[in-house]
Design a protein around this ligand. Structure first.
Ligand SMILES: Nc1ncnc2c1ncn2[C@@H]1O[C@H](COP(=O)(O)OP(=O)(O)OP(=O)(O)O)[C@@H](O)[C@H]1O
Ligand SMILES: [Mg+2]
Length: 320
């Protein structure tokens, strides 16, 4: 299937007083229409920075896209003008976060927040935008939607705010939804409801989803393909079932062992050792210092290479 989005060789650095942080290093992945790709890895490995770059939301400075491109139709989002990025953001690519209050304004009625992008991006008049907003709230399971448009965010519970944010993100019918840990802060029951809701809306509208999470159980359930990130790089990617059944990178193996059950919400056991500092990262495999199978050859740079249909690993030992 042709890609809707193609990220190629993307590197993102942050120039800080302590040095240059290599937050994202030569990352490549594609997203087909309607597909769900999970992005997993430990805290600080570059998941959020990767996502923010798709929306032109890397703070520059201190951030800088050092190389690579982000193809979306005839645009390169890595080098697009602020005006081009604004026309994409919230309309063709929408984002939801762990904390709904990063997207919702506490001082504005939910109805105004829902209708504004519809009027701005889709040119709807007040009446049409209101109809779509009621429809969007109803779709995400908020009862009495017409009345609730007049409420403020604090009048909704945590789970309900998450629903409002999803309604807001999907009301413009974006081609891509970027979901950064959208259910991490919720209890397990609400989390399951939100995932069901996202899956239903995704099927209905054919939205492609880039799903960021720590939770391999959620990935196993929700994502057709997965990309495993370690220290700013994708170290393994492929169909989720295949990657979890036959992981080809020792880091993925360690992640799998840290979460044997794969049920959503299960607690991750920690992997021994610490991820490398992203200031002056090693030139070879960055997992080598923690890797139980490391060998002298692992000091060489390692590229992601295909090992079987759609399945690639950056482990030199597995590349044959
Ligand atoms: N504005 C910034 N200035 C300097 N460094 C930054 C900035 N934003 C992110 N970084 C660094 O980039 C790296 C990647 O951060 P990122 O937020 O993408 O991690 P993450 O994988 O989303 O982690 P988590 O699971 O904790 O959300 C981290 O080392 C972080 O410290
Ligand atoms: Mg993050």
């Amino acid at each position: 299937m042709p890609s809707l989005l193609q990220v190629s060789d993307l590197s993102i650095r942050f120039h800080t007083r302590r040095g240059v942080v290599h937050a994202v290093e030569r990352v490549s992945f594609g997203l087909a229409p309607g597909e769900t790709l999970g992005l997993v890895g430990e805290s600080g490995c570059g998941k959020s920075v990767t996502c923010l770059s798709l929306l032109g939301l890397i703070p520059q400075p201190p951030g800088r896209i050092a190389q690579g491109e982000i193809r979306f139709g005839d645009l390169d989002l890595a080098h697009a003008t602020p005006a081009a990025l604004r026309s994409v953001r919230g309309r063709r690519i929408a984002m939801i976060f762990q904390d709904p209050m990063t997207s919702l304004n506490p001082y504005l009625r939910v109805g105004d927040q829902l209708t504004e992008p519809l009027r701005l991006h889709l040119g709807m008049d007040r009446k049409a935008a209101q109809v779509r907003a009621i429809e969007a709230l109803t779709e995400v399971g908020i009862a009495d939607a017409a009345r609730r448009l007049r409420d403020y965010p604090h009048q909704f519970s945590g789970g309900m705010r998450q629903r409002v944010m999803i309604a807001m993100a999907l009301a413009t019918r974006p081609e891509i939804l970027v979901a950064d840990e959208p259910t991490t802060a919720l209890d397990v029951t609400v989390q399951a409801q939100i995932l069901d809701l996202m899956r239903r809306l995704q099927r209905e509208y054919g939205t492609a989803v880039l799903f960021i999470t720590h939770d391999l159980g959620v990935v196993a359930e929700f994502c057709e393909r997965v990309a495993v990130m370690y220290a700013g790089r994708i170290v393994e990617t492929g169909p989720t079932a295949e990657v979890f059944a036959r992981p080809r990178h020792p880091y993925t193996v360690a992640l799998r062992e840290a979460l044997p059950g794969l049920e959503p919400g299960a607690r991750l056991r920690s992997i021994p050792g610490e991820p490398p500092k992203l200031i002056e990262p090693p030139t070879g495999c960055s997992f080598a210092p923690r890797c139980p199978r490391a060998q002298p050859q692992c000091q060489q740079p390692c590229e992601l290479r295909t090992v079987s249909e759609g399945h690639a690993t950056a482990c030199l030992r597995e590349q044959g």
